[in-house]
Every structure is written in structure tokens, then in C-alpha cells.
Design a binder for this molecule. Sequence first.
Ligand code: GAR
Length: 212
Amino acid sequence: MDVVVLVSGRGSNLRAICSAIDVGTCAAHVVGVVSDRKKAAALEFADARGIPTRVVSLRKGDDRDAWNESLAADVAELKPDLIVLAGFMRVLGSPLLERFPGRIINVHPALLPSFPGHSGPQDALDGGVRISGCTVHIVDAGVDTGPILAQAAVPVLADDTADTLHARIQAHEHRLLPIVIHQIAIGAITLDPLTVSTAVADPSQSLSVPDA
Ligand code: GAR
């Protein structure tokens, strides 16, 4: 299954996907990495690995519709079976959503539908929850909405900061995201383009996958 990964930052989830592919636990091939930020560290990793990269920047004042069209065109050129948002901090517009209906997934550092948006870990702390975690879901037109495929729970500790909580959540993201991609690749999760309905990932499988 050919995957295009969309990134905006560090790319630790991209690395986790590639590590899982390398050790044979994720039956996918990363055919491209696309970023909205030229300086995203994820691009350096992709370059070093020989994965084709594209940058589709969006600056203040830019035409958002044009950006959405360019993003969709660049991603489509890479001919993905699945698009994975791994720390891509933009809301997708209809050009990409309509070209790949039900074939875009996202990882988010909170237990959705709680705490969507850019600051999931901080919002969980502010909300006073004792358990947070991460969610992998199908992308629709909303912000971190769309059918949930898999989640992992992470306790919130008394002395947590947003950074310490996010770091522990990311360790789970790094296991869960490659598992979900693998399950889609082998047909254990089906993504229905018409209804965007899904089968739910079996969380017990996460225990058998080595750390990325
Ligand atoms: C991840 O924790 C991901 O869940 C989050 O950005 C981080 C990117 O890390 N995404 C969101 O908050 C989306 N709403 P990475 O660049 O190291 O993979």
C-alpha cells in the first residue's frame, strides 16, 4: 500500500512508520512526504531516506483555495493509496478530501472527541482529566473530527507539563499509527469511501508490535 505522509514539524511519527516498515510490521511503502513548512525536520529525514518530498507553503495572506488546490495536486501526483497526517497542522480543504474520500487518516495527541486542535496535551491538562492519550481517525472536513479508528490511553501525572504528557502520548502514537496503517494495508480495517464507515482496530494487537 502506497502511503503519502503529510507533516509540519519534527516527524517522529514519520520515523515510527518507517521503522515499522523496516522491521516488517507495517506493510506499507512511503512514496512521498509533503509539508506545508520548508523547515520541517521531517523533510530532512525523508530526504536522507530517499523519499520524494514536496513543500506546499502557506503564508499569511496567501490564497487558501489556491493552496488547497496545489496541495491536492502535489499529493495526487504521488498516487497514494492512503494519506497519513502525521503532525500536519493545517485543516484540509475540499480538493484533497474529495480526491481521496475516506482515504486520509490523522493522529492526534488526545482522546478525541475531547481536546481537538493544536494543543491537545495542554488542553487535557487545563481540562483536569486524569487520562488522556492519542487517537487515529479518518479525516473529514472538521478539525480532528471524523470516525475514530483506534485509541491508546495515557495517564496524566500530577506533575505533568504539556511537554512531558505529550512525550508519553507520542510513545503510544509511534506504536498505534503504524499498526493502523498496517491494518488498513491488510484489509483488517476497511475504509468505505461512500460512508466513511470503518471497522475498529483490535487494540490487543498493539501489544505484539515492537517499539518503533
Ligand atoms: C503529534 O503528537 C501529533 O499527534 C500532533 O502533532 C505531533 C507531531 O509530532 N498532531 C496534532 O496535534 C494534530 N491536531 P511529530 O512531528 O514528531 O510526528
